[in-house]
Design a binder for this molecule. Structure first.
Ligand code: GP9
Ligand code: MN
Length: 635
């Protein structure tokens, strides 16, 4: 076989692959924040696009010679588009695309402003190699250099496949040495992309998706035995004084968009960012060690945690992927206790598949954009301004039968944090991050909106008869803004330990007329604990529920919370990115110190995922659980 003549026949293919390869690596380095710790990791990152590209573009060798060039362009475009979509998605979500996210098309349509903010003109450069290819091929055609219409010999094809295989095996081998069990631990997408590359990652994701469809088909409920045993050990006695304190009262839950704990009590140019919440906290139970546990489903994931005490999924938004599963959500459970349930949120009802999911959760009504008067004057960014939203919601609230469980979802403090000048009550920050700079005035605005809302509840006589629970849904400032964040917090840098600490969101439980003994509660906790806490406050025993959380007021709650990416927090340690940190100092420490909790962290997520993927609650009748027995042992 003449290597030269083979190359002459195949040069357009190699040119396309090499350009795509280099381009992908440049995008890795410029658009994604992939942490590289060694030369070996850099090498893996560098070669990983190649292992996919050689195989994928190798397909062009299987078609008739004439169809090869058009197919090269088509594949080149598909690959570039995948890269482009990831770059745009990563810019905000700090994460890579997955199949379920792609199917959230109804969300894409609503993204409007945010999407255009996220796309940069320079992103088009991602397609530049296709233009170069076109120019080169056009010139080559004119100069009659395109001899690739000649058929390839069998041997030539075989050596191409051999080369592609060797590169893939080397890639996978190095990845396996670097990170054993890479493909079985799936919730760390950055690790996957770093090792097998963004394209192979998408193929892997497709396989995962098929697996999850099969999981439901094959589940028969027998998986419950092991899960039940685990859950039984988590059951804790509710707090005697607070159990039933909200009995027959209205429960008003407010999900505060993108509100992280670091703004509480803080100032900007000497002005408080959350003056109202700071005061409200003094008269409430405030949890200052409370974490969001959301994944790709953002707000909807926090709603999932709130109403089910199950974890959202490691990939995609569970509201989308498993919107028609059988659940035992709070809205459904409280029906038997005479409660009416609803959600108020001035956005399209299909966003996050809410209209479907709310039915599965048992909500009686969803007041969505059509129930509000939304016009240009009273809107900004994602839609109706929070103040207007709360104001208009008062009448809707009054129209409901009591007692009710109503969830409000605010919107103004959403990326890209737009606000009219007259609504800005504090200055923007000054840093290299426009996002962080604009974040503070919108947080301040929502704080003001909540202040008005609470006042309106008082005016209308609703307040005394209600319990008000506020929580932050998820982070607003991603790790892409670490430099500016470090500047704001007065730190040299944001370490992985700090990043976990920044996942804290405020949780405030306000019980009118109740004298709060200890108003700041620093137990390690998360959104998973909301459901049992709320049910116990309502006097509805939550012991026999399939749930992963614990009542936050329980005296002996285990100080442990796992985040959706597998990081976990105990009262002494923080574990993230395969490192164990001492909480008191933030310094890395021996992995062995975190070891005792690793199994628990893994089980929590695995068992919860099993329930969701297998749709296991369809096999559970609500009695088949031994919570009471455990309670007796507890006493
Ligand atoms: C959309 C709102 C914001 O209705 O809940 O969603 P998010 O982007 O924060 O998940
Ligand atoms: Mn949100």
């Amino acid at each position: 076989m003449n290597i030269k003549s083979t190359f002459v026949k195949m040069w357009p293919l190699y040119l396309t692959i090499i350009m795509l390869w280099i381009k992908t690596y440049v995008v890795y380095k410029t658009s994604f924040d992939i942490k590289i710790e060694s030369l070996m990791q850099e090498l893996i990152l560098f070669i990983n696009p190649l292992s996919f590209l050689l195989f994928f573009f190798g397909i062009t060798l299987l078609v008739k010679e004439k169809a090869r060039i058009p197919l090269l362009y088509t594949f080149g475009f598909i690959t570039s588009f995948v890269l482009f979509a990831n770059v745009v998605y990563y810019r905000f979500f700090n994460d890579f695309l997955t199949i379920p996210v792609l199917f959230q098309t109804s969300n894409m349509a609503d993204l409007g402003n945010s999407a255009s903010e996220l796309m940069h003109f320079s992103d088009l450069l991602i397609f530049s190699d296709l233009v170069i290819l076109w120019i080169v091929l056009t010139i080559a055609k004119k100069k009659q250099l395109l001899v690739n219409f000649q058929p390839l010999l069998k041997r030539e094809k075989a050596s191409y496949v051999l080369m592609a295989t060797i590169i893939s095996v080397v890639n996978l081998g190095l990845a396996e040495i670097e990170r054993p069990q890479l493909l079985t631990r799936t919730f760390d997408r950055e690790m996957l992309v770093k090792n097998i590359g963004t394209y192979n990652f998408h193929i892997y994701d497709v396989l995962l998706q098929s697996k999850s469809s099969a999981q439901r088909a094959f589940a028969d409920g027998s998986e419950f035995v092991e899960i039940e045993n685990y859950l039984k050990a988590n059951v804790r006695q509710p707090n005697e004084e607070l159990f039933g304190i909200a009995k027959d009262k209205n429960i008003i839950v407010i999900s505060m968009e993108s509100t992280q704990s670091f703004v509480i009590g803080e100032t900007i140019d000497g002005e408080l960012i959350t003056p109202f919440l700071n005061e409200f906290i003094k008269d409430s139970y405030y949890f200052d060690n409370f974490y969001h546990q959301t994944g790709q489903g953002k707000t909807s994931d926090s709603e999932f945690l709130l109403d089910n005490s199950l974890y959202p999924l490691g990939r995609g938004a569970v509201f989308f992927t498993h919107g028609t599963n059988e659940y035992q959500g709070t809205p459904e459970l409280i029906k038997d206790h005479g409660y009416y349930s609803s959600v108020m949120h001035a956005n399209n009802k299909s966003f996050w598949n809410r209209d479907i999911m709310y039915q599965s959760l048992g909500y009686d009504h969803f007041f969505e954009i059509g129930d509000y008067e939304v016009n240009e004057e009273n809107s900004i960014g994602w839609g109706l301004k929070d103040k207007e939203f709360f104001e208009q919601s008062i009448e809707l609230l009054k129209s409901q039968p009591e007692p009710y469980y109503t969830k409000f979802i605010t919107l103004t403090n959403h990326f890209p944090f737009e606000l009219n000048e007259e609504d800005k009550l504090v200055n923007e920050y000054t840093s290299n991050s426009r996002t962080l700079n604009r974040y503070f005035p919108t947080v301040r605005y929502t704080d003001e909106a909540i202040k008005h809302f609470i006042q309106r509840l008082k005016d209308e006589g609703i307040y005394e008869n209600s319990i008000i629970i506020l929580y932050g849904d998820h982070y607003g400032i991603s790790e892409n803004h670490n430099k500016a964040m470090a500047q704001f917090l007065g730190k040299d840098e944001i370490t992985p330990f700090d990043s976990v600490q920044l996942q804290k969101v405020p949780l405030i439980v306000h019980i009118p007329g109740h004298k709060v003994k200890e108003n700041v509660i620093s137990k390690v906790s998360g959104q998973i604990d909301l459901k049992p806490t709320i049910l116990n406050l309502m006097g509805i025993s939550s012991q026999d529920q399939v749930q992963f959380g614990t009542d936050l007021f329980s005296e002996n709650k285990i100080p442990f919370t796992v985040l959706r990416d597998g990081s976990f927090i105990t009262d002494e340690y923080v574990y993230t990115n395969h490192e164990c940190y001492k909480k008191s100092t933030g310094e890395p420490t021996e992995a062995a110190e975190c070891e005792p909790f690793m199994d628990k962290a893994k089980k929590e997520l695995e068992y919860s995922d099993k329930i969701v993927y297998g749709d296991l609650l369809r096999f559970y009748d609500g009695n088949d659980y031994l919570g009471e027995e455990v309670l007796q042992q507890d006493n």
